[in-house]
Design a protein around this ligand. Structure first.
Ligand code: SF4
Length: 298
């Protein structure tokens, strides 16, 4: 196939319909080379055509296409860049606080629990079966903070049930701890997001005062932040979980250990070993806190 035919094929303009008499004329003439010298990039403009004349059929086709193709476009397929529109952001309404967070910050435990049970501050109140406040010892050494209730939790009213809950229980058992003994478990959100989708920033902002008050009243020795949403809220950052793990962190003076959410670990088994290291750090912090306390007494 000659060069012009290749070009036409590249442009998806081949095969061309050419008048028979032109084909005959071309057949009567000897084939001429159209090969360009090595390193030559120029296309078949006037000068290039003079150096490398095209066969008669190609010349006829070129002439027929001339009104359709600009001279500089005949060498290669035209490059058309289509701008990609930016992804639209979810627009959320501004949060109206009206002193709500300040009121929550002064509540006692029972008032707080009742406030959560009747809360309609965000749209999740319309889709939840019930609120999930938390479970465990009210004078805990450890508070585990997860993300939000899932389907089972929404049905049972308790955080971390189902497969992720079982894994959390096993993780705690591995460091000699047990749900309900020296441990309290809560979530960032107290209501289930539909289809277990990620919490929206506005939902987190509206629900966070409840968790903050819980932590103030519980005053644990250490907090285990399980997953990105818990870690980012408590540490007031947008940094990824990988940047927050393995580093000493604090929430209002209480040590925070950041680890993966058990639901994530169920899908990413190799990260279980990293989570184990996080739990060992938590255990160390707890031992140091207990040691310091017994030292105080002695
Ligand atoms: S998620 Fe939190 S803020 Fe939203 S309705 Fe439930 S308790 Fe209220």
């Amino acid at each position: 196939m000659n060069r012009q035919a290749l070009i036409l094929q590249e442009l998806q303009l081949a095969p061309l319909w050419v008048r028979r008499e032109l084909l005959q004329t071309a057949a009567d003439q000897p084939e001429e080379t159209t090969a360009l010298p090595a390193g030559t990039e120029s296309g078949p403009g006037e000068e290039a055509q003079a150096r490398h004349p095209l066969p008669a059929v190609a010349r006829a086709a070129n002439k027929a296409l001339a009104p359709l193709i600009a001279p500089h476009e005949t060498a290669r397929a035209p490059h058309v860049s289509v701008p990609i529109p930016p992804k639209p952001k979810t627009i959320e309404p501004p949060i109206q606080d009206n002193g709500r967070a300040a009121a929550i910050a002064t509540m006692d435990w029972n008032t707080l629990q009742a406030a959560v049970a009747q809360c309609d501050a965000c749209a999740l109140c319309k889709t939840r079966q019930q609120t999930v406040f938390g479970v465990g010892n009210l004078q805990p050494d450890i508070v585990v903070v997860g993300e939000a209730p899932g389907e089972e939790e929404d049905r049972m009213g308790e955080p971390f049930v189902g497969r992720a809950g079982k894994l959390l229980d096993n993780m705690l058992a591995a460091i000699g701890e047990k749900r309900g003994e020296r441990v309290y478990i809560a979530n960032v959100l107290k209501c289930r997001p539909p289809s277990n989708r990620n919490p929206l920033p506005s939902e987190i902002a509206l629900c966070a005062p409840y968790l903050q008050r819980q932590l103030e009243l519980l005053a644990p020795k250490v907090i285990l932040a399980a997953g990105r949403f818990a870690a980012q809220l408590l540490l007031d950052t947008e940094a990824p979980l990988s940047a927050l793990r393995s580093k000493p962190q604090q929430w209002r003076g209480i040590p925070v250990v950041v680890t993966y959410h058990p639901a994530y670990l169920l899908r990413n088994l190799p990260d279980k070993s990293k989570s184990w290291n996080d739990l060992l750090r938590l255990q160390e912090i707890l031992h140091s806190a207990n040691h310091a306390k017994s030292g105080d007494i002695n």
